[in-house]
Write a protein that binds this ligand. Structure first.
Ligand code: DX5
Ligand code: ZN
Length: 225
């Protein structure tokens, strides 16, 4: 479960949850052992779809203390980091492609007392994160095109995970590397081998028996069940 001091963490994406039973399903993933909750915010501009925003996050914050891993797929995220911090995010991930002021956005999130993640879409090379590595807690490497759940993992993106992991190691950092998109029980080992330690999964968690799915992921991630 733990390699070079890094914990493996499962972060179920509520994009695939049943929104009419959201509170209940969040408690279920938490009780089954998930460490984070992945919260996908889409604005219909940076990505073609719209998901949900602050009021939903504020409302689920009341039903769980789980760590909120907020993934902003929004244009110019710097405009809204305070609102997302105020509604209960623990970590705010934003896309490098979405802003011209990456350093300023990182600093703004830090100033709000939250953890910071930078995210790269499949078309963005791994080297793009290099200038910011020392400033962030996490790099999120998208393993599908952002915007929709239920897509297939793009295997080439795992090569970028390897590159980011090696940059992190070379610099002696403890940066988390998260993967997001198309991760299931049968391919999670590939993401872990590539060097990811925070695993997002939506459709493979929120289907059939949610607790069983979480436990099965946790087992594959090295936890004794
Ligand atoms: C995609 C989102 C993902 C998505 C993952 O844009 O960022 O978090 O919910 O869903 P699955 O695991 O179904 O690919
Ligand atoms: Zn996501």
């Amino acid at each position: 479960m733990c390699r070079e001091g890094r914990m493996n963490i499962l972060s179920p994406s509520i994009l695939a949850a049943d929104f009419s039973r959201l509170g209940e399903q969040i408690k279920e993933v938490e009780q089954a052992g998930a460490g984070y909750l992945h919260i996908d915010v889409m604005d219909g501009i940076f990505v073609p779809d719209i998901s949900f925003g602050m009021p939903v996050i504020l409302s689920i914050r009341k039903c769980s203390d789980i760590f909120f891993d907020v993934h902003l797929m929004i244009d110019r995220p710097e405009r809204f980091v305070k609102e997302f911090a105020d509604c209960g995010a623990n970590l705010i991930n934003f896309h490098l492609e979405a802003t011209e002021d990456v350093t300023g956005t990182i600093q703004r999130i830090r100033f709000l007392g939250k953890k910071v993640g930078i995210t790269i879409s499949p078309e963005t090379p791994a080297e793009a994160v290099a200038p910011y590595l020392k400033l962030v807690d996490m790099v999120l490497v998208m393993t599908v095109k952002p915007g929709f759940g239920g897509q297939k993992l793009i295997p080439e993106c795992l090569d970028k995970v390897r590159e980011v992991r090696s940059m992190v190691m070379q610099r002696g950092l403890r940066t988390d590397i998260e993967v997001d998109g198309g991760i299931r029980e049968d391919n999670v080992h590939l993401a872990l081998e590539a060097g990811a330690n925070v695993i997002v999964s939506g459709s493979a968690v929120f289907r059939n028996n949610i607790s069983d799915n979480v436990r099965s992921f946790m087992e594959k991630m090295g936890y004794a069940i």
